[in-house]
Design a binder for this molecule. Structure first.
Ligand code: MRU
Length: 352
């Protein structure tokens, strides 16, 4: 996508370096962060300088390629340790493991092969996201009010995104789209990142506090809900940003179609159901403090909670397949109805 008239991807590799848009600085400043070693790329994933399922996957694939460049062939244990370090950065996003496994296997042939595979993983992420946009746009009528949670736009992938890709495509097709944006807490990824993306693309939208979603749905103001996914089990149960489950329950109550948009690389054939998905718990600081620029534009953290209290901060929740109307993939829209989806998922995964 373009920023100030120039084309950018969220994450890319130049020589031995991995470059990425610094997402913790958005929307206040647009900066490119450079990682010269795989350890630095791991830190960038852990601290969420790069975040979002597909972008984490691409960054992890590039980190694996950097590890092959840096590692001395004489001790094969080093590369296995590097793989473990990369895989330990964030546990929930399936795409991280998908990319690392692919690049690791390629790197056993040669370093050049590892770099080429990492680039291919990133390129496939772009193509998949683009196709998700084409399929997902079929869900949009001439006028659609859509709600999306957190950020599953181009910043969360290498380009286009998943939940936002159908919105971009529908707008390109001349359809009128209005987007309600939430995840204002704990990290504000909707308020900061999705709103920034939509503003850049001049798409009509409004940020809503997470607690306003029910009211909007009760008032009949939401036609469609689309969110992303970090990991999808074989029965269609889906892990996504905390708060996705609330929206799915509300959607079922108010009979609003609720879709997950994700590439098939997010499906985990090792997970039969959502119970098998590991949920990351993040620092309680994310709940107790908020970050933003002061009047001089300096980024500051301020406490927004009572002194002496602790906080519970799971990063993701699991939405059961029975609450999901369908899963928009790069191969088409799957109906997520428990028993039907399992063989479809396994077949799609094999053809990946
Ligand atoms: O807090 P984040 O940015 O890690 O949350 C990410 C999301 O929930 C996205 O919706 C998710 O990665 C799925 S789509 C990229």
């Amino acid at each position: 996508m373009n920023v100030n008239g120039k084309y950018y991807q969220t994450v890319w590799m130049e020589g031995e370096h991995v470059l990425m848009i610094h997402q913790n600085k958005l929307p206040w400043s647009f900066e490119i962060h450079t990682c010269t070693t795989y350890q630095q790329t791991c830190d960038a994933i852990r601290t969420m300088i790069v975040r979002g399922a597909g972008a984490i996957g691409a960054a992890a694939g590039f980190a694996m390629a950097q590890a092959f460049i840096q590692t001395d062939d004489a001790n094969p244990e080093n590369i296995v340790n590097a793989k473990r370090l990369i895989e330990g950065t964030r546990p929930t996003a399936r795409n991280l493991f998908y990319a690392v496994e692919k690049v690791f296997a390629a790197g056993l042939v040669s370093v050049e092969n590892a770099v080429a595979e990492a680039r291919m993983v990133a390129q496939k992420d772009i193509e998949d996201s683009r196709n998700i946009g084409l399929f997902g746009s079929q869900l949009f009528g001439a006028r659609t009010r859509v709600l999306t949670h957190c950020n599953a736009g181009w910043l969360a992938f290498v380009d286009y995104g998943t939940a936002l890709s159908p919105i971009y495509t529908a707008c390109d097709q001349g359809k009128k789209v209005f987007v309600y944006v939430d995840e204002t807490r704990p990290r504000g990824q909707g308020a900061r990142l999705t709103a920034w993306e939509l503003h850049n693309e001049q798409i009509d939208h409004q940020i809503i506090p997470d607690t306003a979603a029910a009211t909007l749905m009760a008032e009949g103001k939401v036609d469609l809900i689309i969110t992303g996914a970090d990991r999808i089990a074989c029965n269609g149960d889906t892990a996504n940003k905390i708060g996705t489950l609330d929206r799915a329950i509300l959607a079922a109550y108010y009979k609003i179609p609720f879709y997950i948009a994700a590439p098939t690389s997010t499906i985990d054939q090792q997970c039969d159901t959502g119970e098998d998905i590991e949920i990351e718990h993040r620092s309680e600081e994310e709940v107790l403090f908020q970050e933003g620029p002061d009047a001089e534009g300096i980024l500051r953290k301020i406490k927004v909670a009572s002194e002496g209290s602790t906080a519970f901060n799971p990063a993701f929740d699991i939405t059961p397949s029975k609450l999901i109307t369908g899963i928009i993939t790069e191969k088409g829209i799957l109906k997520a109805q428990g028993r039907i989806i399992r063989p479809m998922m396994k077949k799609l995964y094999k053809n990946n």
